[in-house]
Design a protein around this ligand. Structure first.
Ligand code: PMP
Length: 439
């Protein structure tokens, strides 16, 4: 009797009310969960998710080991919530140099769990129910759900491709904002614009003119700028990364976001930061202290030492921030050549470690699925990893639902990879091309 009583109690105790918070509606899908699993299952060569397969620099991993072994047991304990003091101090010194203004390490810098949490803090702290946030397409996909979770409304404006002249390869610089279209998105409802230069996935490095236009509109409409600059050091062909916060009227309204993961090729450490005026950062601190509180002390200590080295070597050939883009430019050029050689037309990126390529000439290889809800590039990328062992990410994943279907002929590759990985990718593509021409 006792047993059956407890059984009926447990049946009654089963919850029937909806458990999901309303703000999660429609944002449960995530491209990375699906494609990381596919790559792990099928890929021989993974150029999908954005992380290097080469080691982080020795000076950084040695700093981590030293921090572990130095006998400073306090590095295993909590540190200051808004950033380990040595790290915020050196970041302030570094950004003083880059921005040409005095910074207070305690109020103008905050350390976060990767740039991802920096973004989360920005949206939660600065976006209210009903606020509009302008997002430039294609965009790092988490911006949209993060704006929605904060109660805001994303407003999208696309970079529009202009065909290159004289049969030249397209460049990421050929993707541009239409100034009138951009201006039309600003209104009294606009709270912020998200800028990501250099841009993931295209590798576009916004020009001085384009940044000037964005800055002018931000000032005119009293709008904030969330400036995701995680690829700030990865700029090629002598191009310059311009920080929008250094343009007139912008410091006061801009939060700069950075990532040690991208900067020092150590994405798993998840150390990121924000730099900006105290009047904005004070609200980010409120979100941070009420959510994650702080990130791993020992990783912060090692990143601080990495920055101290880079501050000493600033602009010198031995600087990692000089060497890494040099190496990556060469890798970019290999992948460009390799893709061009098989007719998967690359869009040459000016920055980042991503490259977008046109798959139109490969359409006949992938069986058509009439009336499929899934965009063509998703089906192509899935087919490619399953049948060729090569992993990439569909470009339409970086577009809003309404614009997705205009950009289904492209996939994104990551070229922050060892020479052997890029050679293996080239072998797959060459073999594929031979099979195509003999069929
Ligand atoms: N912003 C952009 C544009 C990114 O590409 C990424 C990582 N892919 C992030 C932010 C997140 O960086 P982190 O790994 O430091 O959280």
């Amino acid at each position: 009797v006792k047993a059956s009583n407890s059984l009926s109690f447990s049946l009654q105790a089963k919850m029937s009310r909806p458990v999901q918070a309303r703000r999660l509606e429609g944002i449960d899908k995530n491209i990375w969960v699906e494609f990381v699993k596919l790559a792990a299952t099928y890929s021989k060569v993974n150029l999908g998710q954005g992380f290097p397969d080469f080691p982080a620099p020795d000076f950084l991993t040695e700093a981590f080991t030293r921090a572990l072994g130095r006998g400073n047991h306090m590095l295993h304990q909590y540190t200051r919530a808004f950033g380990h003091p040595p790290l915020v101090k050196v970041l302030a010194q570094f950004f003083e140099k880059l921005l040409g203004r005095d910074l207070d390490p305690m109020t103008n810098v905050m350390v976060t769990v990767g740039a991802y949490q920096a973004l989360f803090c920005c949206f939660q702290a600065l976006v209210d129910e009903g606020d509009e946030v302008i997002i430039i397409e294609p965009f790092f996909d988490c911006y949209e759900p993060m704006v929605k979770m904060a109660g805001g409304t994303p407003v999208f404006v696309p970079l529009r491709p202009n065909p290159p002249k004289d049969g030249k390869l397209m460049s990421s610089a050929d993707w541009q904002l239409d100034p009138a279209e951009l201006a039309s998105k600003f209104s009294e409802r606009t709270k912020a614009i998200v800028l990501n230069s250099p841009n993931n996935p295209l590798g576009k490095v916004f020009s001085c003119g384009e940044l000037g236009l964005i800055a002018e509109l931000c000032v005119k409409h009293d709008v904030l700028c969330i400036s995701d600059e995680v690829y700030e050091w990865l700029v090629y062909d002598g191009k310059q990364h311009i920080r929008i916060a250094s343009l007139q009227g912008m410091w006061d309204r801009t939060v700069i976001i950075g990532s040690a993961g991208k900067t020092f090729s150590a994405t798993g450490w998840k150390v990121g930061w924000v730099v900006g005026p105290d009047r904005l950062l004070q609200h980010l601190r409120t979100v941070h202290q009420n959510s994650v509180y702080h990130c791993a002390t020992i990783a912060q200590e090692a990143v601080a030492q990495g920055f101290q080295r880079e501050l000493m070597l600033y602009g010198k050939p031995e600087s990692y921030f000089v060497q890494l883009p040099k190496e990556l430019q060469q890798k970019r050029d290999w992948l460009v050549q390799s893709l061009d050689g098989v007719g998967m037309k690359p869009i040459v990126p000016e920055g980042t470690y991503f490259l977008v390529a046109d798959i139109s000439q490969f359409k006949s290889d992938v069986p058509d699925v009439p009336n499929s809800d899934e965009p063509y590039d998703y089906r192509f990328a899935k087919w490619m990893v399953k049948n060729k062992g090569l992993a990439a990410i569909p470009l339409s994943a970086f577009y809003s639902e309404t614009h997705k279907n205009n950009y289904t002929n492209f996939i994104r590759f990551c070229f922050a990879k060892e020479e052997a990985t890029l050679k293996a990718a080239n072998d797959i593509l060459q073999k594929w091309k031979r099979e195509k021409s003999s069929s």
